[in-house]
Structure formats: structure tokens, C-alpha cells
Design a protein around this ligand. Structure first.
Ligand code: SF4
Ligand code: ZN
Length: 307
């Protein structure tokens, strides 16, 4: 069966929508989806917060998601008078991150976009590998890594005076996070998830243009567009708690195509009934924004490293 629009040879069959698309119709559909999402999220942020967007940051790892998001953002900016800056986090993961950061640097150079790198070593005086030496071997590194990445990105974004930060999270990432927050009964965190519609004090709002596009499609797009991407997994990824939710969702999606979209749309309905997310307050110890008046999770987990 050919492409449903032009009968050319298909490159993708979308089970969740029943569409079969050729390369050029896939490109059009993918870009329309991402651009619409990006425009809508920026518009909503401006409407609710009154901020002006003069400079946008983009979190870059060199992987497919952030690289595709970078291209989508670059097209969106077009002739608009908005600056873009790439922001990368170097966890210090041996045989992995330096290769992927090289891909991010190459792609930024090709698109003429400046890139800044901030490392865990600068943040806490240690790489992730060095930090793990002190932990029991069975401990998952993803929980401390996530805390450090969130903090690194926010600090970099503030230091570089960006008005919002674009991240490459795809539909699979997004639906997994929604499911994880539901499973923990953490509705407060669910309502505070990106994309952010409001500006919170000390926290740079985040925008997710790819959140309605499945991981497989983002990968296909990056390959068909011949982008320079680092196609490999972090050596610790097998320890991530998220894997359980990934497997669960893949099975659900197979049984009932459209489950990931339903989780996203359901989460939006919950948010529509909560006019504003709970306000972040400055951590009493470090001053960074936190979800509770207690010392933030970084201060609790990394008290001995705090700069
Ligand atoms: Fe960090 Fe875990 Fe991601 Fe590796 S898989 S980069 S350890 S969060
Ligand atoms: Zn703190």
C-alpha cells in the first residue's frame, strides 16, 4: 500500500492514527506537529507570564531527540529576532558523553549556534563516575544524575540569560513520566511537569516541541535527514527505574495503539482544572527553586558537595 496522500513508497505506518506516509509526507507531518506544539507552548507561556522571548536555550546531548529539537527550533526562529544558545551537561560518563557532546558541537557548528557545556565536576567537584565509587554497586545512578542534570541546566540557563529552555523529550519520555507520577500518586509533580505555562521564581520555564511525536519517529526523522547524532545508550541506562515504565507502555501501546497520546491528553485535562501549579519557593539552604519549604533535594542528597 502506498502513501495515503500521494501513493509514493511508504517509510512509516502509524498504528495510532492509521496513516501510511512516504518520506516527504512524513517530513511535512512531523514538522507540522512539532512546529505547532512549539508555537502553542511559547504563546501560552507569553500569555500567562507576560515575558518577552529574546533568547532561547536548548538542552543538547548529541542524541537524536535534542538534535531534532534543535533543527525544529532553528526553523521556528527563522527570521525572528530571537537568539539561540545550545546548553550541554557533561556528567563525566566515560566512553559515552564525550562522544555524544562532540556530535552536539558538530551540529551546532554546522548551524552556527553557540554551545556552552557545564559539568557535574564544576557543580559538585566530581564526575558521576567518581560519585558512584562511594555508592553501593546496586544503587541506580539515575536518581542522583537526574537531580544534578536538572540543576545544571537551570543554572546554565540562568547564567546565559535565556527566557526559556527547549528540551527534546519525545512522546515516549513524556508518557513514561506521566505514568511514573501517577504510579507514585504525585499529582503535585504531575502539574509541575514541562511544558511550563507559567514562570516560577528562579526557574527557567521549559518547552517540549517533540512531546507529541513518538521516539521511533524522532529517530526515523533524524536518520532520513542525515543528522549527526550519537546513537548509543548511557552505560548505566539498564539500571534506570524508568525502564519498567517503558516496557509497560510499549506493551500497552501494542495492545491499544494511542495509549501514549491518551496519557498526555489526560494529563492536560488534569492541568486545565488546576489554574496554576503550586508555587516553587527558594530553598532555605541554597536559594534554588524547590517544591517544598524544606531544603531542596540537591541540598539533602549532596550536602557535602554543595558549592
Ligand atoms: Fe544519567 Fe541514568 Fe541517564 Fe545515564 S541513564 S545519563 S546515569 S540518568
Ligand atoms: Zn537547596
Amino acid at each position: 500500500m502506498g502513501c495515503r496522500h500521494c501513493n509514493e513508497n511508504p517509510v512509516i505506518s502509524r498504528r495510532y492514527s492509521g496513516e501510511i506516509l512516504c518520506k516527504s509526507c512524513f517530513f511535512k507531518s512531523f514538522e507540522r506537529n512539532a512546529q505547532k506544539e512549539l508555537r502553542r507552548q511559547i504563546k501560552e507561556l507569553i500569555k500567562n507570564s507576560g515575558i518577552e522571548i529574546k533568547k532561547m536555550g536548548i538542552g543538547l546531548s548529541g542524541g537524536k531527540d535534542s538534535t531534532v529539537a534543535l533543527h525544529i527550533l532553528k526553523t521556528y526562529i527563522g527570521k525572528r529576532n530571537i537568539e539561540i544558545i545550545g546548553l550541554s551537561v557533561d556528567e563525566g560518563i566515560e566512553n559515552y558523553r564525550s562522544k555524544s557532546l562532540q556530535c552536539a558541537a558538530d551540529e551546532c557548528q554546522r548551524l552556527n549556534i553557540p554551545l556552552k557545556v557545564f559539568s557535574y565536576k564544576e557543580l559538585i567537584g566530581m564526575t558521576l563516575g567518581e560519585l558512584l565509587v562511594e555508592k553501593p554497586p546496586e544503587a541506580s545512578p539515575c536518581s542522583p544524575c537526574g537531580i544534578l542534570r536538572r540543576r545544571s541546566l537551570n543554572q546554565m540557563a540562568k547564567k546565559n540569560s535565556v527566557d526559556c529552555l527547549v528540551l527534546g523529550h519525545n512522546l515516549d519520555d513524556f508518557a513514561q513520566t506521566v505514568l511514573m507520577n501517577h504510579a507514585r500518586g504525585d499529582i503535585s509533580r504531575l502539574t509541575r511537569m514541562a511544558p511550563h505555562k507559567h514562570v516560577q521564581p528562579g526557574f527557567v520555564p521549559r518547552i517540549l516541541p517533540l512531546r507529541r511525536l513518538p521516539e521511533q519517529e524522532v529517530y526515523l526523522y533524524s536518520i532520513l535527514k542525515e543528522m549527526t547524532i550519537h546513537d548509543g545508550d548511557c552505560p548505566f541506562s539498564f539500571k534506570a527505574q524508568r525502564n519498567t515504565f517503558r516496557d509497560l507502555l510499549l506493551n500497552l501501546e501494542k495492545e491499544q495503539p494511542g495509549t501514549r497520546h491518551s496519557l498526555l491528553n489526560g494529563m492536560e485535562k488534569i492541568r486545565e482544572n488546576i489554574p496554576k501549579p503550586e508555587k516553587l519557593t527558594p530553598c532555605p539552604t541554597c536559594g534554588e527553586p524547590s517544591g517544598s519549604p524544606e531544603p531542596c533535594i540537591f541540598c539533602r542528597e549532596f550536602a557535602s558537595f554543595r558549592a
